[in-house]
Design a protein around this ligand. Structure first.
Ligand code: ADP
Length: 735
């Protein structure tokens, strides 16, 4: 008998739940399983009947761009009782369901595990009362479950991100950007309250990405004298050039004695004690709403796909499928929920350092980085002009370059360096187009796209090194940070080889990775890649809407050079049927099979088909050629349009992740620079999330010929796309 999987969303809704549901349904269908949607969360299981109904391929078409959850969610009191759960078991067995994928918060997952543990008892009782037959009892003797965490709070221990968090950050940061512009005009202060009862993730990351001045999070409550500390931080920032003060408060914030710190409370302190014109904005449910971010779509698709594999496999213990280092990561549900709940206990018991540590190393680091970024310390107190560190951009424009430069300037100033901005990459440095950047000079750089310092792809050859060395010497530069792409790494290797001949180039030089192509070594996400992806996915959303009135296929071309990240992630997040990558190449045989599938899909009632083509997928099968070929072979059944997204992908407002990533890497880079300047080591290196690595390691990581890293983590999305894009019955073989 065919396996039947039930899928439900439960508890608070979160953007990206739909992508997870779609991935569950389509992966299951691709594996010849059947899927039933349980509508309105656990309430649907308790109510039974039509609330538990089959979901087909087309039922989940076009839902990834929608916020919330199309199968509904609820909080269900009846399910908290054993009687309610028994009724739910009867209804599930009636429909032949004994495998479940539950998408919800820790409450929902706890309830699910309670059900799993009690299942055999309920089966026995239902059999005894005659509610189910002996065959049903035999066939459905146990329940297999997998949980996906849908929660905008990012509060689950053991997974890097939960579904919805990134989208919520998008909403918050959009709001802070908007508030910041009006606040700056009037020199006002704003207090912004964000969600997070026990978890300060949203508040901290929003404060970093929004360029705020102060943050209150539950895990690290301030002492009772926080008024004075906050006032001194805000005053210093104003003196150093800020025109606004923005304070972010998590809804669960309290002081070290457990007294709640509300947004209104902070506002009163700002106006009464500091004389500020202060306003409060409580973002509330806005944070849950709106279209899911690109990350929440591809990540939820990836783990939805993995959850099906989990429940179809040998899952004796309930698992939560989360994400670690951008790959699916399963862990025992009971442990994950217990560790998560333990943090609330640690906070209640005032064991704050343990609560912080339990959030993970990166959270602690980012908290420290935020304080150093926002406190404007040495800018005002102890400027130390001894060490001069230059910042410049090399390579194609990447959104988030400004945010990274700002973080470098402020963290560098915090270390006591004199920070210098080089205008226009290497040519600018050779020409001496360099100016000092003080703490206040980079105000407002967090939220702007483009590169205020300009960027150039050009890097010096051997013959230009003399000029470069002279300029570095004349300007008294002691260290260089290059925020840039592939050419920056090439320049680094040249400097490493030639520095013996030019002593002034024998200084610490480090590359901070930024490229929308995401083709840089030693890391998963370069600055700019997430923004470019969001821009591409939003464009795909619009393209889909434009096609809604006709039977139409689209071939959408993305950037990425030889690197498939942007195309593949756009394909998964945008719901494409096919993605054409340089990594795979294109052949007439594969295209013929795709055309067969396309014709079959349109003949079978499908009204839209999406192919994403990386710009370098093939020198011969261009976007234009594919468009014509697909249309010719449709013989009027559908029309085809080609769209080259082009430079819009470089032009977005930096996403929260790109801003946060910039700060994280800038913190590592400035710490490293501080160390190397102290020891006087002239070393060439590049930044990765795992530390700063010497240039000689590049050869182990880079394919210089095709300009991409040897390890391409994003290929983990290929089987996901294959399962989600291949409509059963319309298709030859998954390639
Ligand atoms: P979230 O899943 O977002 O954390 P809740 O904690 O409100 O949200 O849980 C959602 C639903 O999951 C509840 O209304 C209830 O039906 C079920 N649930 C939560 N906790 C339990 C539990 N301990 N036992 C049984 N069911 C539970």
């Amino acid at each position: 008998m065919t396996v039947r999987i039930g899928v439900l969303t439960s508890g608070g809704d979160a953007q990206g739940m739909n992508a997870a549901v779609r991935a569950v349904v389509r992966t299951a269908l691709a594996a010849d399983a059947e899927v039933y949607g349980i509508l309105e969360g656990w309430q649907g299981a308790v109510d039974g009947g039509d609330y538990i109904r089959p979901l087909g391929w087309d039922d989940v078409s076009g839902i990834t761009a929608l916020g919330g959850t199309v199968i509904g969610t609820a909080r269900c009191a009846a399910f908290r009782t054993a009687e309610g759960r028994r009724t739910a078991v009867a209804h599930l067995i009636e429909k032949g369901i004994d495998r479940l994928i539950v998408i919800g918060g820790d409450g929902s997952l706890t309830g699910t595990d309670a059900l799993r543990a009690e299942w055999p008892d309920h089966v026995a009782a239902l059999l005894a009362s005659g509610a189910i037959t002996p065959e049903q009892a035999e066939r459905h003797h146990s329940l297999v479950i997998a949980g996906l965490v849908g929660s905008i709070d990012n509060d689950m221990v053991g997974t890097d991100m939960t579904i919805g968090t990134d989208s919520a950050l998008h909403r918050i940061v959009e709001a802070i950007d908007a508030i910041a512009s009006t606040a700056a005009s009037h020199q006002r202060s704003f207090v912004v309250e964000v969600m997070g009862r026990h978890c300060g993730y949203l508040a901290l990351m929003a404060a970093i990405a929004g360029g705020a001045d102060y943050v209150f999070i539950p895990e690290q409550p301030p002492s009772a004298d926080w008024h004075a500390h906050m006032a001194s931080v805000l005053r210093r920032a104003r003196n150093a050039g800020r025109r606004t003060s923005i304070v972010v408060v998590a809804e669960g914030a309290a002081d070290a004695d457990g007294n709640p710190i509300t947004a209104e409370h902070v506002r009163a302190v700002l106006s009464d004690e500091m004389g500020e014109d202060a306003r409060v904005t409580i973002l509330g449910h806005v944070q849950r709403g709106g279209t899911p971010s690109a990350y929440d779509r591809w990540m939820a698709s990836m783990i939805g796909h993995a959850a099906v594999e989990q429940v179809l496999g040998d899952a004796s213990e309930a698992q939560v499928v989360g994400v670690r280092a951008n790959r699916p990561h399963a862990q025992p549900l009971v442990e994950a929920v217990a560790a998560t709940r333990n943090i609330a206990t640690l906070i209640a018991e005032k064991r704050f350092d343990e609560a912080m540590a339990a959030r993970g190393h990166s959270f602690v680091q980012m908290h420290a980085a935020f304080r150093r970024l926002s406190e404007a310390r040495t800018a005002v107190e102890t400027p130390d002009p001894d060490k001069r560190v230059a910042i410049m951009h090399v390579g194609g424009l990447a959104p988030g370059m400004n945010a990274a430069a700002k973080a470098l300037v402020r963290l560098g100033v915090d270390h006591g360096f004199t920070m210098l901005g080089v205008q226009g990459g290497f040519p600018g440095l050779i020409a001496g187009d360099v100016r000092e950047l003080r703490w206040g000079d980079v105000e407002g750089w967090t939220s702007t796209g483009g590169a205020n310092l300009g960027t150039r792809r050009w890097i010096p050859g051997e013959e230009e090194l003399y000029g470069l060395a002279r300029s570095v010497e004349t300007l008294g530069i002691d260290g260089i940070v290059i925020v840039g792409g592939f050419n920056a790494y090439r320049a680094l290797t040249l400097l490493q080889e030639e520095k013996k001949r030019y002593p002034s180039l024998n200084i610490p030089t480090v590359v901070l990775p930024a490229s929308i192509d995401n083709n840089l070594p030693g890391l998963q996400m370069a600055i700019g890649a997430d923004t470019a992806l969001n821009v591409a996915v939003q464009a795909v959303d619009r393209i889909k809407l434009s096609a809604s009135a006709a039977k139409r296929a689209f071939v959408v071309e993305t950037m990425g050079r030889h690197c498939g990240f942007l195309a593949l992630a756009t394909g998964v997040a945008g719901g494409a049927e096919r993605v054409y990558l340089n990594e795979d190449g294109l052949s007439i045989g594969a295209l013929a099979a795709d055309i067969d599938a396309m014709v079959a899909a349109f003949s079978g009632g499908q009204s839209f088909w999406l192919a994403i083509r990386n710009e370098e997928a093939s020198a011969f099968y261009t976007t234009d050629l594919l468009t014509r070929m697909f249309e010719a072979e449709g013989h009027g059944l559908y029309s085809v349009r080609g769209v080259v997204l082009g430079h819009v992908q470089q032009g977005g407002t930096p996403s929260p992740f790109d801003r946060i990533n910039g700060v994280r890497l800038a913190a590592a880079v400035t710490d490293w620079m501080n160390e190397k300047l102290a020891t006087g080591e002239g070393i060439q290196a590049f930044a990765t999330p795992d530390g700063i690595r010497p240039v000689k390691e590049l050869d182990d990581l880079v394919d210089w010929e095709v300009r991409r890293p040897l390890e391409q983590w994003w290929l983990v999305l290929k089987p996901v796309l294959a399962a989600l894009g291949h409509r059963p019955g319309s298709d030859v073989a998954n390639t």
